[in-house]
Design a protein around this ligand. Structure first.
Ligand code: C5P
Length: 405
């Protein structure tokens, strides 16, 4: 299912060069299932035409409070009443100042003022030059708008159209899309700190070779995203994978199991929930060579000996905070057969309250999966779905366990 299915978004554009990104945002919102009604200020129309926005949204654009298309001549009321959210992107410094003062001399500001404040959230994506962004007036306005109930989506940093470099760029359309999707997710993890391990580990044989596994990290990254969407502060300890960091998640990159352990243990001291999805290598070469092992022409092959890696989950699960349930630990088990029996045995061996089983070879690298939740009372199957949907399901399940205890 698309993440914005059934949602109606009013997309407001105020004047700024970032208007070109609003076209892409409009498409992205629609692709995720939303319907989009565009409202533009006069200044926005200096940067992008209503024709473009009408074509992309498949609806006529509104730009005037005197629009005679509305039978009651009250576009500002009618447009906001059935919106699930009003998203102003770009939101210029001038438009923020207007909102702050409750001014209403054009359709967009009038509509924002007239919106039912309890039921129609207002999301702002600021866009401006770095000096304008840093100006005390802008920062003061931001703080006040936030106190007045607006949801500020933040800004990007980097090269600006004016040629300067710094904070104040509008976020990219895909970042804004993720933020809008996250906005609508229930905040089941509000105030919680969540730690996730993800991906494979890489165990060096020599400086250019090593052993690893086929874990893609997708499930762990989806869980980190879902936990963040649910309002948690999330740290993701990631083995070597080439996945983008989910929005708002703090990522620590590691390579070997021992590096993962060293990064995870101190973070676990700060966390409320630890979810170990990483496919940690069980063994590592006992004597990794500092130099590349050379083929000497004799036909002899190197003899590799292995030693067992530390078990990160088991280590964390026996810490005092985990034993007292101040830290709730969740393990994963990728099995090739007898999922239920193996997963239950693993849960008991690792001494975790919840273990999530899945059929390993079928899930590596895939975008979907099916899960089996195993706790002391028994098992519950979660049917096949996208990894993000499963991650949200798991987050909801863990949150209800936290509330119960
Ligand atoms: O024993 P097995 O590798 O099947 O256990 C899987 C669970 O234990 C996963 O949650 C995995 O992240 C965790 N694990 C770990 N450190 C290891 C091995 C597994 O944290 N060395």
């Amino acid at each position: 299912m698309n993440d914005l299915e059934g949602k109606h978004i009013v997309l407001g554009l105020s004047g700024g060069i970032a208007c070109y990104k609003a076209a892409e945002l409009c498409r992205a919102l629609i692709k995720e299932g939303a319907t989009v009604q565009v409202v533009m200020t006069e200044a926005a129309q200096q940067f992008i035409t209503p024709v473009t926005m009408q074509a992309l949204s498949n609806r006529p654009v509104y730009d005037s409070q005197w629009d005679q298309r509305e039978p009651n001549n009250m576009a500002h009321i009618n447009l906001s009443r059935d919106a699930d959210a009003i998203v102003i992107a770009p939101c210029s410094a001038d438009f923020m100042a207007k909102l702050l003062h409750g001014r209403a001399d054009d359709l967009l500001s009038l509509m924002c003022l007239a919106r039912p404040i309890e039921t129609v959230p207002l999301l702002l994506a600021p866009a401006m030059n770095r000096e304008m962004w840093a100006h005390p007036a802008t920062q003061r306005n931001l703080a006040q708008l936030s106190a007045d109930g607006a949801h500020i989506l933040g800004v990007g940093s980097g090269y600006q159209a004016c040629g300067e470099t710094g904070d104040g760029r509008m976020l990219e359309p895909d970042e804004l899309l993720d933020d809008v999707i996250a906005f609508f997710q229930p905040k089941r993890f509000a105030g919680k700190r969540v730690l996730v391990t993800a991906g494979p580990t890489f165990e060096a044989i020599d400086p250019v070779r090593g052993i690893t596994n086929l874990s893609s990290g997708k499930m762990g990254f989806a869980i980190a995203r879902a936990a963040r969407e649910a309002g948690a502060q999330v740290t993701l300890v990631a083995g070597p994978v080439s996945l983008p960091t989910p929005r708002g998640v703090t990522r620590i990159d590691v390579r070997s199991a021992r590096e993962m352990l060293a990064a995870t243990v101190p973070q676990a001291e700060l966390a409320d929930v630890f979810i170990a999805t990483a496919a940690v290598a069980d063994w590592r070469p006992a004597n990794a060579s500092d130099q590349k092992i050379k083929k000497d022409g004799s036909g002899d092959t190197p003899q590799l000996a292995f030693i067992e890696n530390p078990d990160i989950l088991a280590t964390v699960a026996k810490s005092p905070r985990a034993l007292s349930r101040e830290l709730f630990c969740v393990g994963f088990a990728a099995e090739s057969h007898d999922l239920e029996a193996n997963a239950q045995a693993k849960r008991e061996r690792k001494r975790v309250p919840l273990l999530v089983g899945n059929i390993g070879p079928a899930t590596f690298g895939a975008d979907d999966n099916a899960l089996l939740l195993v706790d002391e009372k028994g098992t519950r199957a979660v049917p096949r779905a996208s990894k993000l949907e499963l991650a949200r399901h798991l987050v909801a399940d863990i949150a209800s366990r936290l509330n119960r205890s």
